[in-house]
Design a protein around this ligand. Structure first.
Ligand code: HEC
Length: 130
């Protein structure tokens, strides 16, 4: 076989490989594109049902053996102190046993007074993940 024939065969194989690889991928892309509006709706619906930073109600206060006013104040303190560097993180993101560790880690940057820490932990634990 000549060098030219050899190179030609190699090009041919490369083209075949590309053909095989590309067509299923574009079909997949199209399928995803078709589903995208439905997916976006689903995400929006989920976001509407589960408030990221829930507002305390009476039964939440009872469960935490505190008052609704104090739990509302705790939520406000959380928003005041914990959004400076990143978006407010949903209390449901971590189980209650993990929150003291996270708050301790954020404490120096957030410049928390002991009372801030107590309130913020109360709020986070009230709405933490199970
Ligand atoms: C001075 C800036 C700053 C402040 C104020 C701050 N954070 Fe953070 N936080 C960070 C940085 C930077 C990271 C990512 C690096 C890391 O994990 O340490 C982070 C990460 C986190 C994470 C882990 C990421 C995740 O998705 O779970 C949690 C939880 C968190 N912060 C909670 C808090 C809470 C609660 C407060 C308020 C007490 C707070 N942060 C205030 C800077 C800050």
């Amino acid at each position: 076989m000549t060098r030219e024939q050899d190179e030609f065969l190699e090009l041919d194989r490369a083209a075949a490989r590309l053909g095989r690889v590309r067509s299923p991928a574009t079909a997949e892309d199209r399928a995803v594109a078709r589903m995208l509006p439905a997916l976006l709706l689903l995400v929006a619906a989920a976001a509407a049902c589960i408030p990221a930073i829930p507002e305390p109600r009476r039964d939440d206060a009872d469960r935490m053996e505190t008052t609704e006013e104090r739990l509302t104040q705790a939520r406000q303190r959380y928003l005041d102190k914990c959004m400076a560097c990143h978006e407010a993180i949903s209390p449901a993101r971590h189980p209650s046993g993990q929150w003291p560790k996270w708050v301790a880690r954020m404490e120096p940057g957030a410049e928390l007074k002991p009372e801030d820490k107590e309130l913020i932990l109360l709020y986070l634990e009230a709405f933490s993940a199970p």
